[in-house]
Design a protein around this ligand. Structure first.
Ligand code: PLP
Length: 389
């Protein structure tokens, strides 16, 4: 696979694992609940085009991205279905969203007005039935999602503003696809999560009665059982088999649920040298050999997403699970590892292992860096070749 990758390091992505994880998460929800697969940030490093295309083949047609540009990339690569742009959509994104049939998340009146005005330029009304037809394509009338802030105080209109936003949509002939909110701490704060959910259900009650769809749950909420009976759920992290929190408890729960990591980062050494005691390794000569050692140089570094804070801290594992320490500073394109006599340039290593119990699982690396598995995935550079299974 190294020659297929064209590099001595690559990411192995198991697309079937992602689909399998989605089925498991869906199994935690009510029968009617549909999954919006969150594929923003290059599908958390897994490759959004390949992931979304694969999910299309599996019969999934709902996606969410963070920016219109991310949605454009999916469309240009043949991804079909609903693509929602999460976050606070801004007017700079409107033309692109209309051109590529992306569904914006609206959080304020100004945006809705600008959206309505722009529709007029991209759409023509059929005189006979009043329907809007896209002048560029045959897409139907562009919808919006209204996002309500129920306690996170970040994106979303305030609950008391929802009515005016819904009215603005109606007055401007903009269909509302759904109303959504987002939880701040669904993993481990039941009180605030229940409070957010309560506010959301109250604020949307009259619209739900009229058939407007609603959604709230991210991965943590699905795993903990909040808002799993609404119209949609929006899993991201757990879909990739990564835990929402970098704790052993979270990893254990992933395993118990049968979820599995979809990604492994694999590398082989490019050069192995026996060096004498006293030799210093890498930038700033940060590692000094106390005895003769074999030092293997791998051709990946922080430019690939291997955090420089793992200098002298991180480990690679071989297929048997044996650990090898990173010694010296992580460079942009290289890391140095102390190896034993068994290692050759043919020996494959895991940089990130697709096993919750490995010291270099995404969760354990995140914990080492005092961050969350999300950042481990999204840091994986586009420079890393991805091989799909
Ligand atoms: N919904 C929204 C609005 C988000 O911003 C995100 C990601 O941050 C998700 C859903 C998916 O969250 P997670 O990856 O925790 O499942």
């Amino acid at each position: 696979e190294f020659s297929q990758a064209g590099r001595s390091t690559y990411l192995r992505v198991d697309l079937e694992a992602i689909w399998n994880n989605i089925q498991i998460l869906k199994g935690k929800c009510s029968e009617k609940t549909e999954v919006i697969a969150v594929v923003k940030a290059n599908a958390y490093g897994h490759g959004s085009v390949e992931v979304a295309r694969y999910l299309n083949k599996c019969g999934l047609f709902h996606f969410a991205v963070a920016t219109a540009l991310e949605g454009k990339e999916l469309r240009e690569n043949g991804v079909t279905g609903y693509i929602q742009v999460l976050g606070n959509c801004v007017e700079e994104e409107i033309n692109m969203m209309l051109k590529y049939n992306l569904t914006p998340t609206a959080t304020n009146l100004q945006f809705i007005k600008k959206w309505a005005a722009s529709i007029a330029q991209h759409y023509e009304r059929v005189p006979s039935n009043g329907m809007l037809i896209n002048v560029d394509t045959d897409w139907d009338k562009p919808k919006v999602v209204i996002k309500v802030d129920t306690g996170m105080s970040r994106n979303g209109c305030q609950c008391k503003e929802l009515k005016s936003l819904m009215e603005a949509c109606e007055n401007n002939g903009i269909p509302v696809h759904s109303i959504m909110t987002h939880f701040a701490q669904a993993w481990d704060d039941p009180l605030s999560t229940q409070e957010q959910l309560k506010r959301f259900l109250e604020a949307t009650k009259s619209y739900r009665c009229m058939g407007v769809k609603v959604h709230a749950a991210n991965s943590a909420a699905i795993m903990q059982g909040y808002a799993t009976d609404l119209d949609f759920v929006r899993p991201g992290i757990a879909m990739y088999g990564l835990a929402p929190e970098p704790t052993p408890e979270a990893a254990a729960m992933m395993q118990t649920m049968g979820l599995r990591p979809a990604l492994a980062w694999i590398a082989r050494p490019c050069l192995i040298k026996s060096l004498d005691a006293g030799r210093k390794v890498g930038y700033n000569q940060a590692y000094r050999l106390k005895q003769q050692e074999r030092i293997a140089t791998f051709s990946f570094g922080y430019a690939d997403g291997y955090n420089r804070l793992l200098s002298g801290k991180g480990v690679l594992t071989d297929v048997s699970g044996k650990e090898y320490e990173i010694v010296g500073r992580v460079s942009m394109d290289a890391v140095t590892v102390r190896v034993d006599d068994s290692v050759t340039v043919q020996t494959p290593f895991y940089v990130i292992r697709d096993d919750y119990n490995s010291p270099n699982s995404a969760s354990n690396i995140a914990q080492m860096l005092d961050t969350i598995p999300y950042e481990i995935g999204t840091s994986l550079s586009i420079r890393l070749p991805r091989i799909y299974h």
